[in-house]
Design a protein around this ligand. Sequence first.
Ligand code: SAM
Length: 213
Amino acid sequence: MGFEEERKRMVEIQLRGRNIKDEKVLRAMERVPRHKFVEKDCQKDAYADRPLPIGEGQTISQPYMVALMTQCLELKGNEKVLEIGTGSGYQAAILAELAKEVYSVERTESLSRRATKNLQELGYTNIKLKIGDGTKGWEEHAPYESIMVTAGSPDIPQVLVEQLSEGGQMVIPVGGSYSQELVVLRKRKGKVEKKDICGCVFVPLIGEFGWKE
Ligand code: SAM
């Protein structure tokens, strides 16, 4: 089976077969070639129902989690989105298919450089990457209509709430260093409304307003 066919099966069985209903998210997951974001020896598993190593002790999330977090943001197409934890660049590519602009911050330089290469090779022009501590957000381009944090945080960093626009939504795994709750929050009239989505397991968000090294 070729990669394209494997991707179609991934969408039907792992995503549509569960609770991913947003057709735009499903189509984006069908378009973006996940195998281009993993190392050569992992390509055969690129469409498996699990996270994969991307080097530096980090992972590319399970396809279902990528789709679920993206669906939580309810993107319409005109948003400026901030992602914390670029990793391989795969999630940034999915967001770029569905929003106007994507800003993504990664603390590990080698991962960010590889993500830049991956995204350039695929021709994305609406994604900007930065190397740094994403717990501080990316002030220069704030506010963002949507924020996605793809590493587990002990709390919701207040700086990120401040960089979210009025009515904006953030999706973030919050909890202990080994397991977290996926939380969606919306900022309304300066207040924050929170909704728990499901339990999850992410690598730690390390930084000034996250876990200490
Ligand atoms: N979104 C990524 C993808 O599509 O490949 C997967 C992200 S991986 C689960 C989490 C990433 O968050 C790791 O690459 C890690 O280095 C990064 N990270 C952890 N703490 C961070 C911080 N304070 N700022 C930016 N990136 C951070």
